[in-house]
Write a protein that binds this ligand. Structure first.
Ligand code: BG6
Length: 483
C-alpha cells in the first residue's frame, strides 16, 4: 500500500449478514496485518442502528464470534476507530447529502461503494450517489451477486448501473475468484512449463469441478427458493472456476487480458438443447437424512419453503468447450447442499497410458486442486511398490499451502477488497462475461420451467442423486471420491 491507496470504503447494507460475517472480519485481518493505510475509513450505512456507538456494539459482539481465535481486543479497538456508522436509507435521496458531506471531509482518496444489498436496490443507489456527485473520479462500485435471475434481468441491472458508472468503475464480485488455490492454479498453469503441454485434449480425459456443502438453506429459504443451485452457484462460482481451468495463457496479468481469455471460454461453451438438458443436467432436491450422524429435515420441511417447491438444491452437469484445446473433453460440474462433506475441488483426470506394460489397467494420473476444506494441490502418479515383484500403487506429490508457506492464507474477501482499494479489476467479472454465463445457463432454466418433472430426490448426507453418478458413467468415468 502507498499513501495513494488512501480510501474510504462505504458499506451499504452495513447491518446485514455479509458485512458482519465476511466484510468486517476481512478488513479486520487486513488491518491487523498492516495492509490498510492508517487513514482509511470504513463507513457503514443502514437503518437499524442509531449511531456509531450502537453499531459498534453490535458489530463487536458478532465479530468476536466470527473471528474466533484471531480476535484480539486491542487490535479490534484500533480497527474499530476506522468505522463510522451513518443512518442512511438507501432509497432516500436526501440521506445521501449526509454521506457526501462525510466523504467530502477527505479529498484525493479512492471511494469504494460496496452494495451489499438486494440487487433491486443497485439502480436506485447508483442514481442517488450520482445526484450528489459521488460517482465521479476515483469512485468504484462493488456489486454482490446475484445480479439478476436471468439474462434479461441482469441486463436491466447492469444497464441501470452503467448510466452512472463506467465499466472500469464496476467491480462484480465472485468470491470464488479470490480463493487462494484459484490464484495458485493460475500460477501453476502459467508460471511453470511442465503443465502447459499437457493441458489439452490429447492428454486430459475429463475435468471435474465440485463444490459441495453440508449446510442446508439455513435461514435463507425466502431467497434460495427463488434462486436454486443453478443460479446461486453454477452460473457464477463453478462457471468461473471452469474459465480459469480452460482459458488460454493471457498476454499479461492485466485485468482485461485475463478477462478476455475467460470470455473466449464462455463463448465457446457448447449451447445446451432441451434434449441435452434432459440427458446432461441432473437436478436434485434433498430430503430428510443425517449429516455427521445428526438427523436433518428435508428441503420441503425447512422453515419458509413453500409446499411442493421444485427448487433444486443440487445440480450436476456435463459441459463441453468447442475449441481446439478442449473439444471432446467433458467438464463435469457438481454442486449441492446437504451433501456428505463440505468440499470444493478441481480434478483434472489425465488419459490412460497408450499400452499397459504393467498388466491390468491402473488409475490414470490425476491432479487435484483442493479449495476447501483444506487448500492443497495433489498430483497422483503410479509408482512401484518396493519388493521383488513389479506391483504398482498410486502415490501422490503434495503441495499443502499451509505447511509449505507457513503463513496464513487470506480469505477470499480480504484479497478482493484489497484489489478494489488498489483498483485491480482482474479478479472481477466483466459485464460481457456475465452475459455469456447467463446465456449459457438460460436453456437449462427454460427447460426446467417448462417441465413437469420434479427434481430427483437425494438423502441429506449422501453425494446427491444416483443420476449424478450415471451422468459420468456414460462417459466411462466416476466422480473423484467415488473412484
Ligand atoms: C454463496 C452462495 O455465493 O456461496 C451460498 O449464495 C453458498 O449459498 C456460498 O453457501 C458458498 O461459499 P463458500 O465460500 O462458503 O464455499
Amino acid at each position: 500500500m502507498t499513501p495513494n491507496d488512501a480510501f474510504d470504503m462505504v458499506l451499504f447494507g452495513g447491518t446485514g449478514d455479509l458485512v458482519m460475517r465476511k466484510l468486517l472480519p476481512a478488513l479486520y485481518h487486513q488491518h491487523r496485518d498492516g495492509n490498510l493505510p492508517k487513514s482509511g475509513r470504513i463507513i457503514c450505512l443502514g437503518r437499524s442502528a442509531t449511531d456509531t456507538a450502537a453499531y459498534l456494539e453490535k458489530a463487536h459482539g458478532l465479530a468476536k464470534g466470527y473471528l474466533g481465535s484471531d480476535y484480539e481486543a486491542a487490535v479490534w479497538d484500533e480497527f474499530a476507530s476506522r468505522i463510522h456508522f451513518l443512518r442512511v436509507d438507501a432509497n432516500n435521496a436526501d440521506d445521501y447529502k449526509l454521506l457526501a458531506d462525510t466523504l467530502n471531509e477527505e479529498q484525493g482518496r479512492s471511494r469504494v461503494f460496496y452494495l451489499s444489498t438486494a440487487p433491486d436496490l443497485f439502480a436506485g443507489i447508483s442514481e442517488n450517489l450520482a445526484k450528489v456527485d459521488l460517482n465521479k473520479g476515483n469512485s468504484r462500485v462493488v456489486l454482490e451477486k446475484p445480479l439478476g435471475h436471468d439474462l434479461a434481468s441482469s441486463n436491466e441491472i447492469n444497464d441501470a448501473v452503467a448510466r452512472f458508472f463506467t465499466e472500469q468503475q464496476i467491480y462484480r464480485i465472485d468470491h470464488y475468484l479470490g480463493k487462494e488455490p484459484v490464484l495458485n492454479l493460475i500460477a501453476l498453469r502459467f508460471a511453470n512449463t511442465l503443465l502447459e503441454p499437457l493441458w489439452r485434449r490429447e492428454w486430459i480425459r475429463d475435468v471435474q469441478i465440485t463444490v459441495t456443502e453440508q449446510v442446508g438453506v439455513e435461514t435463507r429459504a425466502d431467497f434460495y427458493d427463488k434462486t436454486g443451485a443453478l443460479r446461486d452457484m453454477i452460473q457464477n462460482h463453478l462457471v468461473q472456476l471452469l474459465t480459469i481451468v480452460a482459458m488460454e495463457p493471457p498476454a499479461s496479468m492485466d485485468g482485461d487480458a485475463v478477462r478476455d481469455e475467460k470470455l473466449k471460454v464462455l463463448r465457446a461453451l457448447k449451447p445446451l438443447s432441451p434434449e441435452d438438458v434432459h440427458t446432461k443436467v441432473v437436478r436434485g432436491q434433498y430430503r430428510a437424512g443425517a449429516i455427521n450422524g445428526k438427523p436433518v429435515p428435508g428441503y420441503q420441511e425447512e422453515p419458509g419453503v413453500p409446499a411442493g417447491s421444485n427448487c433444486e438444491t443440487f445440480v450436476a452437469l456435463k459441459a463441453e468447450i468447442q475449441t481446439w484445446r478442449w473439444a471432446g473433453v467433458p467438464f463435469f460440474l457438481r454442486t449441492g447442499k446437504r451433501l456428505q462433506d463440505r468440499l470444493a475441488e478441481i480434478v483434472i483426470n489425465f488419459r490412460e497410458t497408450p499400452t499397459s506394460l504393467f498388466g491390468r489397467t491402473h488409475t490414470p494420473n490425476r491432479l487435484v486442486i483442493r479449495l476447501q476444506p483444506d487448500e492443497s494441490v495433489r498430483l497422483y502418479l503410479l509408482a512401484k511398490e518396493p519388493g521383488n515383484q513389479v506391483r504398482l500403487r498410486p502415490v501422490h506429490l503434495d503441495l499443502d499451502f499451509k505447511e509449505t508457506f507457513k503463513t496464513r492464507a487470506p480469505e477470499a474477501y480480504e484479497r478482493l477488497l484489497m484489489d478494489v482499494i488498489r483498483g485491480d479489476l482482474s479478479l472481477f467479472v466483466r459485464r460481457d462475461e456475465q452475459r455469456a454465463a447467463w446465456r449459457w445457463v438460460e436453456p437449462i432454466l427454460d427447460s426446467w420451467e417448462n417441465s413437469t418433472e420434479a427434481p430427483k430426490p437425494y438423502n441429506a448426507g449422501s453425494w446427491g442423486p444416483a443420476a449424478a453418478s450415471a451422468l459420468l458413467s456414460r462417459d466411462g468415468v466416476s466422480w473423484h471420491e467415488e473412484s
